[in-house]
Design a binder for this molecule. Structure first.
Ligand code: SAM
Length: 442
């Protein structure tokens, strides 16, 4: 494809994303490329790079365009991105829309006038950040997260916001059912993929550069699974051991279930539950590849008596709760555009309900691990503290002890009694986890 054709395809992709604003962008992008199989790998990367830089910078680009009263169409967003952030001057941006077969139509008279106005409005400012921008936009964050992020990060807010703009590394987890971390690293190295051990998770390997690992034999044979180190730490802290009875209550496609199965060496029983059939279905192939055969799946349905019948039976209950996902924004830059204050309120209600149900499943002396991939205290500490207020039979289990028992490396990333990881401090996605123990009987 010519550069102009790639640019035209990036505009089409952005239009496709705009048409489904509540859907995760990577799902829409997958459909977009599946319907255009003729687009090769190099072209796809270039198209993604341009479209994703627009998505990543969308709040700032909107600010610039609103200032000149320009509607943020995909064409104008791309033109503005190239001009303000892409290192092109006005003439080069205009030339990027040459028209003709497969290329984007030339900018209309109005579009060109707006682009010239945009260029003039920079008045010497380089890049996308303007001193007159409101703080949230300067930080590339939606306004509604600022109170929560200020409470979480304090003076480190700008540093954390900047880290959320960086591309996330690719982390893998060695599957202990089939290998060790060292052997997995050697297998990957034999296929030309260099990794280094992750600093906190004893199972993790980090790639210095993104590579297509899912095509390696190490991956297809189940020696490794793709999983952010922070996510590995949640499974680690659950401290599931061989022979235990464990529930992964919000298992999704089994990301953490797989790690729990590894820690349990396939001995004992894990029940992976979720309310979403397609997500649970997504677990099947992964469980098979990993050789995890102590896992049963259970689809939770309204009026389901499954939980009632199993009250007080589990050694470990993991609640990897549905959340706003603010901790994963470096990985899903579109999520900050899709999520809002109402989502936060609804999710908090849901989290409290799920936690209440989860508590009943824990045996006396057993542990409930509550985790989110959000760094908003409303979804984290506030949720746990409200739960503890309603459940005097539960108390926080000492984090350092849970960490040491489970084999975590060094000291756990913590804030008070809870595990908290963040992109700037730990190089992982942002995760929160609380380990709560139910009082032993008697
Ligand atoms: C953060 S995701 C789980 C990710 C998964 N544990 C992993 O590691 O890949 C939260 C999951 O909670 C599920 N969920 C939502 N409401 C639920 C409920 N009431 N009970 C159980 N699961 C629920 C969602 O379908 C979603 O799969």
């Amino acid at each position: 494809m010519t550069p102009a054709a790639r640019l035209a395809a990036a505009i089409d992709l952005l239009d496709a994303l705009e048409a489904q604003p509540r859907r995760p962008a990577d799902a829409t992008a997958n459909d977009f490329f599946r319907a255009r199989r003729y687009i090769g790998g190099g072209d796809r990367r270039a198209i993604n790079e341009l479209a994703w830089s627009v998505v990543r910078q969308r709040l700032r680009l909107d600010w610039w365009l609103t200032r000149i009263r320009c509607r943020p169409t995909a064409r104008m967003l791309v033109a503005a991105e190239l001009l303000l952030d892409g290192g092109l001057d006005l003439t080069q941006v205009l030339a990027s829309f040459p028209g003709g077969q497969y290329a984007a139509e030339p900018l209309s008279t109005l579009e060109e006038r707006l682009l010239r106005q945009l260029d003039a409005s920079r008045s010497g400012i380089e890049g996308l950040v303007h001193p007159e921008m409101p703080e949230a936009i300067r930080l590339d964050l939606p306004e509604w997260v600022l109170p929560g992020f200020r409470a979480r990060f304090g003076e480190r807010l700008a540093e954390e916001a900047a880290a959320m703009e960086e591309e996330a590394p690719l982390d893998l987890r060695a599957n202990l059912l089939k290998t060790t971390r060292e052997e997995a690293a050697a297998a990957l190295a034999a296929e030309g993929i260099e990794t280094r051990p992750t600093p906190f998770s004893p199972w993790g390997l980090r790639l210095p550069q993104r590579r297509p690992v899912t095509q390696t034999r190490a991956f297809t044979e189940g020696l490794v699974e793709v999983q952010d180190e922070g996510s590995q730490l949640i499974a680690l802290l659950t401290d599931a051991r061989p022979g235990m009875r464990v529930v992964d209550l919000c298992a999704g496609a089994a990301g953490k279930t797989l790690a729990l199965a590894g820690a349990m060496r396939n001995r004992g029983r894990i029940t992976a539950c979720d309310v979403s059939a397609p997500r649970l279905e997504g677990a099947v192939k992964r469980l098979r590849r990993a050789g995890a055969d102590n896992v049963e799946r259970h689809l939770l349905a309204p009026g389901d008596r499954w939980a009632k019948r199993r009250a007080g039976q589990f050694d470990r209950v993991l609640v990897d709760a549905p959340c706003t996902g603010t901790g994963t924004w470096r990985r899903n830059p579109d999520a900050r555009l899709r999520t809002n204050q109402n989502d936060l309120a609804q999710l908090c209600t849901k989290q409290a309900e799920i936690l209440a149900g989860a508590a009943d499943l824990v045996r006396p002396g057993g542990r409930l691990v509550y985790a989110t991939c959000s760094l908003l205290p409303d979804e984290d500490e506030a949720q746990v503290e409200a739960f503890l207020g309603r459940h005097p039979d539960f108390a926080p289990f000492p984090l350092a002890e849970a960490w040491a028992e489970a084999g975590g490396t060094g000291v756990p990333p913590a804030e008070g009694p809870y595990l908290v990881t963040s992109p700037a401090r730990h190089g992982t996605d942002g995760f929160f986890a609380a380990v709560l123990q139910r009082q032993p009987e008697g």
